[in-house]
Design a protein around this ligand. Structure first.
Ligand code: THG
Length: 270
């Protein structure tokens, strides 16, 4: 499982405050903790007013890149913002995201052509998030075919089927699984990703719901996930699911994670 660490995101109140107060130490600490917990990419999302988004992202990227070697996942709804900060990334990472909304692919694909960068592609368009599976698959086809024109192969694309809240759509997980299966039948090398928190919107015990979503999504074949790698219960779910599915010989990864304290016993503060 490819882990995209979610914690450097201005929608989280403590991060919003750190951005406002230019608290470098707070952001650096989040970068180091997530890298040590095993994140493969670190999401950076400013979530500020549009006029300061570029400057804020550059500030975040600079702190993260000076603290750790983990590649960035540059997260902005505005492709023009991504285009502006892109040259300041030190190593290939992940763009979060394109979709068929506006001309996002047309801005992002040319800048990652001929690089090792990968891209998250959301299955939505100018009509919004589809209710059905077929429209999600159709949008995927359009985005993958456009990518081919820039020599961006399916293995560099992470399709995000945009999971709906279970409370609003009882078929939400089932739709995610079916979309994943159909997309992978069309493009076996493609990756499928998801955030974990949408599923539990409006429900009590959200983190428990998110953990069970993770188990079922891994079983279905999800390749990457945007999650909190410092959440011990979530990471335990991830390792134990891989082990249960026969993907962890001698439970080596599980045991190593336990020994290295990634999933170890809860530490009680003295
Ligand atoms: N798909 C894509 N990108 C995305 C999302 C997605 N980016 C934003 C979002 N969804 C994923 N990011 C977050 C960031 C923080 C939280 C949830 C989603 C969050 N974090 C809690 C915190 O840090 O306080 C803790 C969560 C926990 O312990 O598990 O709520 O869907 N492409």
């Amino acid at each position: 499982m490819i882990i995209i660490g979610e914690k450097i995101n201005g929608t989280i109140p403590s991060v919003k405050k750190a951005i406002e107060q230019k608290d470098e130490e707070f952001i650096r600490n989040l970068a180091i903790r997530q890298a040590e917990a095993g994140a493969d990419y670190l999401d950076v999302c400013a979530s500020t007013a549009p006029d300061v988004e570029v400057d804020t992202l550059l500030w975040l990227m600079d702190i993260v890149q000076n603290a750790v070697d983990t590649p960035l996942c540059i997260d902005s709804p505005n492709p023009l913002v991504i285009e502006k900060v892109f040259p300041y990334a030190k190593r290939p990472g992940l763009i979060n995201s394109v979709s068929e909304e506006g001309g996002k692919c047309e801005v992002i694909y040319p800048i990652i052509k001929g690089t090792k960068w990968e891209v998250i592609a959301l299955t939505c368009d100018n009509r919004g998030i589809p209710k059905d599976i077929q429209t999600r698959v159709d949008i995927t086809k359009v985005m993958v075919e456009k990518a081919q024109k820039y020599d961006i192969t399916p293995d560099r694309i992470h399709i995000d089927p945009l999971v709906m809240a279970l409370s609003a759509d009882n078929q939400s997980l089932l739709n995610f699984v079916q979309t994943l299966k159909e997309v992978k039948t069309l493009y076996p090398a493609i990756k499928v990703t998801s955030g974990l928190s949408n599923i539990s919107f409006g429900m009590p015990l959200r983190k428990v719901v998110n953990q069970h979503f993770l188990t079922l999504a891994i079983d279905a074949g999800m390749d990457s996930a945007i999650l909190d790698p410092c959440n011990r219960d979530m990471v335990t779910t991830l390792y134990v699911t891989d082990a249960l599915l026969g993907k962890d010989r001698f439970c080596r990864n599980y045991l190593n994670a336990y020994r290295k304290n990634k999933i170890g016993p809860v530490k009680v503060d003295a």
